[in-house]
Design a protein around this ligand. Structure first.
Ligand SMILES: Cc1cc2nc3c(=O)[nH]c(=O)nc-3n(C[C@H](O)[C@H](O)[C@H](O)COP(=O)(O)OP(=O)(O)OC[C@H]3O[C@@H](n4cnc5c(N)ncnc54)[C@H](O)[C@@H]3O)c2cc1C
Length: 526
């Protein structure tokens, strides 16, 4: 007799796994169905070249919600975060700007560039801390629908209003500015050092099809400020064993609560009878029944691929059709025979255990966007580089290294489309741009993997290769993510839910969507 399940989760990305773990913890019999041969989605570790482990897509962690780490006892299931303490930005004039784990050291470094900015930096840090605290409760909240008069929504709006009121006018106004300004304009109000503004603004463009001068990017900057590791606000870390070990730890927790996880199991459609989900059909034709079906996929797949459009109201189909994905990021993973030597800081040193940001000036980053705006990959891209084998030696054999280069911009809709030649040309542009600051990089490379948004879509299923399952732009946040009226993890099909990063609060290895969706499902099924 076929096994009976209370819930099926489609997609074993980290949000799907978190969702399954919370449902199983509440006593539900849960089955996760993952299309690939491994779980994790964009958060995977793969041995791309034998003996070398790569966080193939997502590479650093900070946003993972502390309550999830606690509730699922992720450290007990193998999660170990190693700190990533510094960021170095090489400059065109041979100098550099560094931010270190040690506050005084960072202050001294900034003082070297501008005493005024060194003073402003502490105030800026304090304001970002307050802003992150102001937004943090919203991340853990199911978005109330402002157009609804239901008691739950009215209560949610009241709670939200009270929260904003409690901030006081100064913080509320600062928050409003952050939500609407460009990262460059916002940083201009604080600092005079261009390389500092360039490096800071870069976290405002990640995963968006926007430049640092585009309105809305100040919020994305804040989004990346929001992380917390071991209670240290804004710290970024590296998961020992690569990003896949985060997904593996969540999967182990889910299994421990009794969830079953099947890989190599692609769902072709959700079975709907009389307006209610009754299970799923795999691409092999196999059907599996369950009264709850949860999609961890992005909104395009959740609403337009897995479900017959006529099962949904036309406004929702249209809204999802308009939802912006517009992948803009690429990734280059390298095997190195020797460490890169930066012209500004030659040889080995603590800076190689942190991030290297290729963002020498604001104009450089904005011009990188200009290329993408007109359908080309950036000839001189913004890059965030880490050398994971310097942080966790188990990532590469002794004496060798792995390097991860996250790149903006590589537009999904490239003029003439992506093909093997364009992929390699993009890879060459990335290496040329690195070589400008680390000339030995070319001779150090033993193998390279170049991933375009097109590759990301093909491998992970992320529509248009958008790293966040849809842009984190203002019109796609909170009660608008993924569509007005459908931001509370439910769908018009009874028993069918959504839990991926395409829902509030959005992308990054956060797990928040998976958890909030599980809590809503359990509320419905109490
Ligand atoms: C290149 C890149 C770099 C990034 N860097 C960072 C970073 O450093 N730090 C950070 O916090 N975030 C980063 N992100 C973002 C972050 O990784 C994602 O936002 C997050 O992992 C999304 O998780 P998810 O579980 O919502 O969805 P996904 O990871 O998209 O998971 C969806 C899962 O569903 C599966 N699936 C698809 N179709 C089917 C089907 N029909 N049937 C069954 N299964 C299916 C997929 O294989 C996948 O496993 C990065 C992303 C990318 C792509």
């Amino acid at each position: 007799m076929a096994k009976r399940y209370d819930a099926i989760v489609i997609g074993g990305g980290h949000n799907g796994l978190v969702n399954a773990a919370y449902l199983a913890r509440a006593g539900k019999r849960v089955l996760v169905l993952e299309r690939r041969e491994r779980v994790g989605g964009a958060a995977v570790t793969e041995e791309v070249f034998p003996g070398f482990k790569f966080s193939m897509f997502s590479y650093v962690v900070s946003l993972l919600r502390p309550e999830i780490i606690r509730d699922l006892d992720l450290p007990g299931h193998g999660l170990h975060i190693l700190p990533l303490e510094s960021t170095v930005t090489p400059m065109f004039n041979g100098d550099y700007l560094a931010g270190w784990g040690d506050h005084d050291q960072s202050r001294r470094e900034l003082y070297r560039h501008s005493p005024r900015d060194a003073d402003a930096y502490d105030l800026f840090g304090r304001q970002m801390y307050h802003m992150a605290h102001a937004v943090r409760p919203i991340l853990g909240m199911v978005p109330p629908d402002p157009a609804s008069l239901s008691p739950g929504d009215l209560l949610g709006l009241l709670r939200l209003g009270r929260h904003f009121q409690s901030l006081g006018s100064e913080k509320f106004h600062a928050l409003h500015k952050l939500m609407t300004m460009s990262a460059a304009d916002f940083l201009d109000e604080w600092f005079e050092t261009d390389v500092l503004k360039a490096t800071k603004s870069a976290s405002g463009i990640i995963g968006t099809f926007l430049g640092p001068r585009s309105p809305g990017t100040a919020y994305v900057l804040l989004h990346h400020y929001m992380g917390e590791i071991d209670g240290v606000f804004r710290a970024w870390g590296f998961a020992k064993g690569g990003t896949g070990s985060i997904s593996e730890a969540i999967a182990a927790a889910a299994r421990r609560f009794g969830a079953e996880i099947r890989t190599d199991a692609a769902v072709a459609r959700v079975v709907v009878k009389n307006g209610r989900a009754t299970g799923v059909a795999l691409d092999t034709g196999e059907e599996i029944a369950a009264p709850i079906v949860v999609s961890g996929l992005d909104p395009r797949h959740t609403f337009l691929d897995l479900i017959e459009p006529n099962a949904l109201p036309s406004e929702l189909v249209e809204a999802v059709g308009r939802f912006k994905f517009r992948g803009s990021s690429g990734k280059v993973n390298l095997v190195l025979g020797e460490l890169p030597s930066l012209t500004c800081l030659p040889g080995n040193g603590p800076h190689l255990r942190g991030a290297i940001s290729i963002s020498p000036t604001l104009e450089y980053v904005e011009r990188a966007y200009d290329d993408a705006k007109y359908g080309e990959f950036s000839r001189q891209p913004y890059m965030d580089i880490v050398i994971p084998s310097m942080i966790d030696p188990s990532m590469a054999p002794p004496g060798k290294h792995v390097m991860s280069i996250f790149v903006q911009y590589a537009p999904y809709k490239l003029n003439g489309g992506w093909n093997d030649a364009r992929r390699e040309a993009f890879g060459d542009a990335v290496i040329d741009a690195v070589a400008r600051f680390a000339p030995n990089i070319r001779s150090a490379i033993e193998h390279r993997q170049v991933l375009t948004p097109d590759d990301m879509e093909r491998i992970t299923g992320l529509s248009e290769g958008n790293i966040f399952q849809g842009e984190l732009s203002l019109q796609q946040l909170f009660f608008l993510r993924p569509a007005p009226g459908w931001a509370k993890y439910r769908t018009p099909v009874r028993g069918y839910y959504q839990c991926g990063a395409g829902t509030h609060p959005g992308g990054g290895i956060m797990g928040a969507s998976g958890r909030l969706a599980a809590l809503e499902i359990l509320k419905d099924r109490a």
